[in-house]
Design a protein around this ligand. Structure first.
Ligand SMILES: CC(C)(COP(=O)(O)OP(=O)(O)OC[C@H]1O[C@@H](n2cnc3c(N)ncnc32)[C@H](O)[C@@H]1OP(=O)(O)O)[C@@H](O)C(=O)NCCC(=O)NCCS
Length: 156
């Protein structure tokens, strides 16, 4: 059984390892412990209740007025295609909506995953310049090969 919850400092090593495993393959950017401590509250983790292992993580980063980024999505390979990533994103979207986010974006190497959640491809240039502040710190800058995608919330 899986438990979706907010992480504590006790989870930081496992979050680090999950992301770092994919970072070593060049699929994700590594997140050092110093950064994870600061952004811990942005995460939702999926815990396998039996083994008590963290098997999935994802974060919501508030970026601008009514705009937020879904990022640091990682699900352990042994648990892939079981809907864990999708459930984490849905919970992150709910957190964002609760504070008034109207548009979500992501920069990803896995557009197929985000497309299944309703995200659509867009141009990086259409995203607010503010996001480039963090891009400048990326080792790949300026040769970004990630796909920009957005999820516009329907008007109610
Ligand atoms: C991308 C990732 C987070 C998906 O997590 P997941 O728990 O396996 O995904 P889900 O089971 O929730 O998949 C939901 C849907 O996304 C799509 N999808 C997910 N993985 C896919 C794949 N490898 N190929 C094609 N479609 C895929 C499918 O439509 C899937 O629905 P389905 O299984 O009913 O067909 C996970 O594969 C991962 O950690 N990848 C490595 C890190 C990474 O690339 N992170 C993305 C940020 S750059």
């Amino acid at each position: 059984m899986l438990l979706y919850r907010k992480p504590t400092f006790n989870d930081v090593d496992e979050i680090y390892n999950l992301i770092d495993g994919y970072a070593a393959k060049g699929i994700m950017l590594p997140k050092p412990h110093s950064v994870l401590y600061e952004i811990l509250r942005e995460f939702i983790v999926a815990e396998d209740v039996e083994s008590k292992k963290i098997v999935g993580v994802g974060a919501l980063h508030l970026t601008w007025n009514e705009l937020a980024e879904i990022r640091s999505m990682a699900v352990h390979e042994d648990y892939s295609r079981q809907g864990i990533g999708k459930t984490i994103v849905e919970k992150l979207l709910a957190e964002g909506r609760a504070v008034g986010v109207k548009e979500f974006f992501t920069l990803t190497y896995r557009p197929d995953f985000f497309q299944s959640l309703g995200f659509e491809e867009t141009t990086k240039e259409s995203l607010p310049h503010k996001i480039w502040k963090e891009c400048i710190e990326c080792p790949k800058f300026p040769n970004c090969d990630e796909v920009a995608m957005i999820l516009d919330e329907p008007l109610h």
